[in-house]
Design a protein around this ligand. Sequence first.
Ligand code: AMP
Ligand code: ZN
Length: 481
Amino acid sequence: MTLKLYNTLTNQKEKFEPLEEGAIKIYSCGQTIYEDMHVGNAKTYSAWDILNRYLTWKGYDVFHVMNITDVGHLTDDADQGEDKVEKAAKEKRLEPRELVTEQVRKWYREMDELNMKRHNINPRATGHMIEMIEAVKDMIENGYAYEKNGSVYFDVKKFDKDHDYPKLGGRTIEDLETGAGGRVSEEELEEKRSPLDFALWIKADPNHIMKWPSPWSLGYPGWHLECSVMGVNYLGKEFDIHTGGVDHIFPHHPNERAQDMAMEDMSEEPVKFWLHSEHITVEGEKMSKSEGNFYTVSELLEEFDPEVIRTFFASIHYRSQSDFSFEALEEASKKLDRFYTTLRKIEESEGGDKTGLEEDIDWIEEDFRKAMDDDLNTPLAMSKLLEFSSRINKKLDSESSVLEKAKETLKELAGVLGLKLEEGEETLEGADEYIELLLEIRKTLREKEDYENADRIRDELRELGIEVEDSEEGSRWHIMD
Ligand code: AMP
Ligand code: ZN
């Protein structure tokens, strides 16, 4: 069976074939690096990490670029408002690039902790000013962009005549026209030929900090331009997959597509598959930095194992909206415990001559592949892996070599979903003495009638997957199934 992916360009699941046999090029829109990464951002990156890992597992040579936006992303999509990085830097009394340096370091640390495979390149917008200026020149030369008062705009209607501007996202130019009028200021309307036009280069106000010389003005690039230029620069003018969140379906990605085609003066589709990840919500509302209703990854990492967070992400289909809650993380934690329990049981097993596990290994490999080939159905893949775990638990008296193979298969496939399943880290091997010690302390606390702390120990152990049972003879513990 071949891989099918949902392509936003055609609004349907399509058979995926790479442009070049055996090799796949992916561009993912990355973090606007003015604030800490929140759970929503991380869920989207996890989806693309799984995409990368799955394609690699299938034997492709994957080249993955994810940009870091360090300039030009304004607080309003319609070329208005402040630069997000500058605004945050001012609030923190930092030089914008000092803030960026700090945030990038933190971003890598957290991405590593979450076991996201490092991308081949993480280009930054500020490092590509020359290429961006050249691209704007090309678009002007090809007749798709115009200069006005030191800023340069993309001529959407001109482009639309030949290239169907809103094709990506399935809208019409009329829909957009009625929607766009209200969002553009008088000042901008004077400069733009149409309210649909968007800025490629923006003339900087005198008090703007990040600005560069260009043929048009001392200014800075538009956010949409950055991704186009970095994509073409590292992946070529045609490549396989472009990813982002659903908030990019309009206007970021149609603008990118338009720029790609305009700067290369091409009519072929520059990107073959556009993939979009749905949002994580909080009580039904999109989790976002601007709404202020977000949980940062660093906050969560203080309380939760990164692997629990990845289990939570993998349990959501990338195209499904999902509400974030601590209960959902608890659920994920239970799933993860089931995998570790199986690994520990395999470790403890002395083997036997039970048959059937070989067939289960063949079954999981096939079913896992089937689930993932169907537009990366990770929740189904996850539930199949949990079933595999249960099947192993029932066949622990299989031949040792088969048990070993089952263990490796479980680890390999869970690895595709971003889980480490590192033995020794989560398993309880060698931990017995510590548990006994904690139970001794708990006994003393109970004798002193300090039930609050005694219960805390019991609850914390339960979080780790250890159930404590009290009886007249004392307390006993066992690992939860
Ligand atoms: P930003 O830093 O806002 O540009 O977002 C970085 C990435 O996270 C983009 O791909 C966004 O589409 C994605 N993103 C932002 N908010 C959410 C959310 N609540 N759920 C899932 N993805 C999100
Ligand atoms: Zn982008």
